[in-house]
Design a protein around this ligand. Structure first.
Ligand SMILES: CC(C)(COP(=O)(O)OP(=O)(O)OC[C@H]1O[C@@H](n2cnc3c(N)ncnc32)[C@H](O)[C@@H]1OP(=O)(O)O)[C@@H](O)C(=O)NCCC(=O)NCCS
Length: 153
Protein backbone atom coordinates (compact mmCIF):
# COMPACT_ATOMS: atom_id res chain seq x y z
CA UNK A 1 0.00 0.00 0.00
CA UNK A 2 1.54 3.28 -1.16
CA UNK A 3 0.64 6.80 -0.13
CA UNK A 4 1.61 10.04 -1.80
CA UNK A 5 3.08 13.08 -0.09
CA UNK A 6 5.09 16.17 -1.00
CA UNK A 7 8.88 15.89 -1.00
CA UNK A 8 10.77 17.47 1.90
CA UNK A 9 13.91 19.58 1.69
CA UNK A 10 15.86 17.20 3.95
CA UNK A 11 15.39 14.25 1.57
CA UNK A 12 16.36 15.81 -1.77
CA UNK A 13 19.77 14.16 -1.66
CA UNK A 14 18.20 10.73 -1.03
CA UNK A 15 15.68 11.34 -3.82
CA UNK A 16 18.46 12.31 -6.22
CA UNK A 17 20.21 9.03 -5.36
CA UNK A 18 16.95 7.17 -6.04
CA UNK A 19 16.73 8.82 -9.49
CA UNK A 20 20.27 7.69 -10.30
CA UNK A 21 19.66 4.11 -9.10
CA UNK A 22 16.42 3.99 -11.04
CA UNK A 23 17.91 5.33 -14.27
CA UNK A 24 20.64 2.68 -14.04
CA UNK A 25 18.11 -0.18 -14.28
CA UNK A 26 18.26 0.07 -18.06
CA UNK A 27 21.88 -1.12 -18.00
CA UNK A 28 23.71 2.11 -18.86
CA UNK A 29 27.47 2.17 -18.35
CA UNK A 30 29.36 4.36 -15.88
CA UNK A 31 30.20 7.03 -18.46
CA UNK A 32 26.56 7.40 -19.47
CA UNK A 33 25.45 7.58 -15.82
CA UNK A 34 28.08 10.22 -15.07
CA UNK A 35 26.80 12.30 -17.99
CA UNK A 36 23.21 12.05 -16.66
CA UNK A 37 24.10 12.84 -13.08
CA UNK A 38 23.63 16.63 -13.10
CA UNK A 39 20.24 16.36 -14.82
CA UNK A 40 19.00 13.89 -12.20
CA UNK A 41 19.97 15.97 -9.15
CA UNK A 42 17.20 17.75 -7.25
CA UNK A 43 17.83 21.24 -5.83
CA UNK A 44 16.06 23.10 -3.02
CA UNK A 45 14.68 25.82 -5.31
CA UNK A 46 12.75 23.14 -7.25
CA UNK A 47 10.53 22.63 -4.20
CA UNK A 48 8.94 25.99 -5.03
CA UNK A 49 9.45 26.23 -8.81
CA UNK A 50 8.03 22.73 -9.44
CA UNK A 51 5.86 20.12 -7.73
CA UNK A 52 7.61 17.03 -6.36
CA UNK A 53 5.75 14.05 -4.95
CA UNK A 54 6.96 10.91 -3.21
CA UNK A 55 5.27 7.48 -3.10
CA UNK A 56 5.87 6.02 0.33
CA UNK A 57 5.23 2.57 1.79
CA UNK A 58 3.63 2.00 5.19
CA UNK A 59 7.10 1.29 6.61
CA UNK A 60 8.30 4.73 5.49
CA UNK A 61 10.47 3.50 2.60
CA UNK A 62 10.27 5.48 -0.62
CA UNK A 63 9.06 3.55 -3.67
CA UNK A 64 9.39 6.38 -6.18
CA UNK A 65 9.12 10.05 -6.97
CA UNK A 66 7.74 12.36 -9.63
CA UNK A 67 8.30 16.00 -10.54
CA UNK A 68 6.05 18.14 -12.67
CA UNK A 69 6.48 21.72 -13.83
CA UNK A 70 3.56 23.74 -15.18
CA UNK A 71 4.00 26.71 -17.50
CA UNK A 72 0.64 28.01 -18.71
CA UNK A 73 -1.11 25.36 -20.82
CA UNK A 74 1.93 23.08 -20.88
CA UNK A 75 3.17 20.81 -18.13
CA UNK A 76 6.46 18.95 -18.21
CA UNK A 77 6.88 15.65 -16.41
CA UNK A 78 10.49 16.38 -15.48
CA UNK A 79 11.13 13.21 -13.50
CA UNK A 80 9.41 9.92 -12.75
CA UNK A 81 11.62 7.36 -11.07
CA UNK A 82 10.74 4.17 -9.22
CA UNK A 83 13.18 2.45 -6.89
CA UNK A 84 14.70 -0.55 -8.72
CA UNK A 85 13.31 -3.01 -6.17
CA UNK A 86 9.78 -1.63 -6.65
CA UNK A 87 9.49 -1.52 -10.44
CA UNK A 88 6.32 -3.01 -11.99
CA UNK A 89 4.45 -2.80 -8.69
CA UNK A 90 2.15 0.16 -9.41
CA UNK A 91 4.22 3.08 -8.11
CA UNK A 92 4.76 4.47 -11.59
CA UNK A 93 1.05 4.46 -12.39
CA UNK A 94 0.25 6.15 -9.05
CA UNK A 95 2.85 8.87 -9.55
CA UNK A 96 1.92 9.42 -13.20
CA UNK A 97 -1.72 9.87 -12.15
CA UNK A 98 -0.70 12.40 -9.52
CA UNK A 99 1.38 14.34 -12.06
CA UNK A 100 -1.42 14.45 -14.64
CA UNK A 101 -4.01 15.50 -12.04
CA UNK A 102 -1.71 18.17 -10.62
CA UNK A 103 -0.97 19.57 -14.06
CA UNK A 104 -4.68 19.61 -14.95
CA UNK A 105 -5.63 21.29 -11.65
CA UNK A 106 -3.04 23.99 -12.34
CA UNK A 107 -4.55 24.73 -15.75
CA UNK A 108 -2.35 22.70 -18.09
CA UNK A 109 -4.03 21.11 -21.10
CA UNK A 110 -1.18 18.76 -21.99
CA UNK A 111 1.73 17.09 -20.25
CA UNK A 112 4.98 16.56 -22.12
CA UNK A 113 7.49 13.81 -21.36
CA UNK A 114 10.98 13.51 -22.82
CA UNK A 115 11.24 9.81 -22.09
CA UNK A 116 13.96 7.28 -21.69
CA UNK A 117 13.42 4.96 -24.69
CA UNK A 118 12.92 1.99 -22.35
CA UNK A 119 10.18 3.88 -20.46
CA UNK A 120 8.21 4.92 -23.57
CA UNK A 121 6.07 1.76 -23.42
CA UNK A 122 5.02 2.65 -19.87
CA UNK A 123 3.96 6.16 -20.92
CA UNK A 124 2.02 4.82 -23.88
CA UNK A 125 0.28 2.46 -21.45
CA UNK A 126 -0.63 5.57 -19.42
CA UNK A 127 -2.28 7.10 -22.51
CA UNK A 128 0.53 9.28 -23.83
CA UNK A 129 1.45 9.35 -27.52
CA UNK A 130 4.87 9.72 -29.10
CA UNK A 131 4.88 13.01 -31.02
CA UNK A 132 8.51 13.45 -32.11
CA UNK A 133 12.14 12.82 -31.24
CA UNK A 134 14.04 15.47 -29.25
CA UNK A 135 17.70 15.85 -28.19
CA UNK A 136 18.68 14.52 -24.76
CA UNK A 137 19.55 17.23 -22.22
CA UNK A 138 22.51 15.19 -20.98
CA UNK A 139 24.05 13.25 -23.86
CA UNK A 140 25.08 15.15 -27.00
CA UNK A 141 23.69 13.50 -30.13
CA UNK A 142 21.25 11.23 -28.27
CA UNK A 143 17.61 11.53 -29.32
CA UNK A 144 14.69 10.73 -27.03
CA UNK A 145 11.02 10.06 -27.75
CA UNK A 146 8.85 12.98 -26.68
CA UNK A 147 5.39 11.90 -25.58
CA UNK A 148 2.33 14.00 -24.91
CA UNK A 149 -0.74 13.23 -22.84
CA UNK A 150 -3.82 15.41 -23.31
CA UNK A 151 -5.34 16.54 -20.02
CA UNK A 152 -9.02 16.62 -20.83
CA UNK A 153 -11.21 18.54 -18.37
C1 LIG B 1 9.12 3.61 -16.19
C2 LIG B 1 8.74 3.41 -14.74
C3 LIG B 1 8.55 4.76 -14.06
C4 LIG B 1 7.41 2.62 -14.66
O1 LIG B 1 7.02 2.52 -13.30
P1 LIG B 1 6.44 1.14 -12.68
O2 LIG B 1 6.12 1.39 -11.26
O3 LIG B 1 7.41 0.05 -12.96
O4 LIG B 1 5.12 0.93 -13.54
P2 LIG B 1 3.74 0.27 -13.04
O5 LIG B 1 4.02 -0.93 -12.22
O6 LIG B 1 2.90 1.33 -12.40
O7 LIG B 1 3.12 -0.17 -14.43
C5 LIG B 1 1.89 0.35 -14.97
C6 LIG B 1 1.61 -0.37 -16.28
O8 LIG B 1 2.65 -0.05 -17.22
C7 LIG B 1 3.29 -1.26 -17.66
N1 LIG B 1 4.73 -0.96 -17.78
C8 LIG B 1 5.57 -0.66 -16.77
N2 LIG B 1 6.81 -0.44 -17.25
C9 LIG B 1 6.73 -0.60 -18.59
C10 LIG B 1 7.68 -0.51 -19.64
N3 LIG B 1 8.98 -0.17 -19.39
N4 LIG B 1 7.27 -0.75 -20.91
C11 LIG B 1 5.99 -1.08 -21.17
N5 LIG B 1 5.02 -1.18 -20.20
C12 LIG B 1 5.41 -0.95 -18.92
C13 LIG B 1 3.00 -2.29 -16.58
O9 LIG B 1 3.05 -3.58 -17.08
C14 LIG B 1 1.60 -1.88 -16.16
O10 LIG B 1 0.68 -2.36 -17.12
P3 LIG B 1 -0.84 -2.79 -16.78
O11 LIG B 1 -1.64 -1.56 -17.08
O12 LIG B 1 -1.11 -3.91 -17.69
O13 LIG B 1 -0.89 -3.17 -15.33
C15 LIG B 1 9.82 2.56 -14.00
O14 LIG B 1 10.07 1.39 -14.76
C16 LIG B 1 11.14 3.26 -13.78
O15 LIG B 1 11.29 4.07 -12.85
N6 LIG B 1 12.14 2.97 -14.67
C17 LIG B 1 13.50 3.45 -14.52
C18 LIG B 1 13.63 4.94 -14.61
C19 LIG B 1 13.00 5.55 -15.83
O16 LIG B 1 13.30 5.22 -16.95
N7 LIG B 1 12.10 6.51 -15.55
C20 LIG B 1 11.44 7.25 -16.59
C21 LIG B 1 12.30 8.37 -17.03
S1 LIG B 1 11.60 9.19 -18.47
Amino acid sequence: MLTLRSARADELSALSDLCLRSKAVWGYDAAFMAACRAELMLHADELTSTHIQVAESADGSIAGMAQVKVTGPDAELSKLFVDPGRIRDGAGRLLFGWAANTARDLGAVRMIIDADPDAAGFYRRMGAQIERMVPSGSIPGRMLPQLVVRLGG
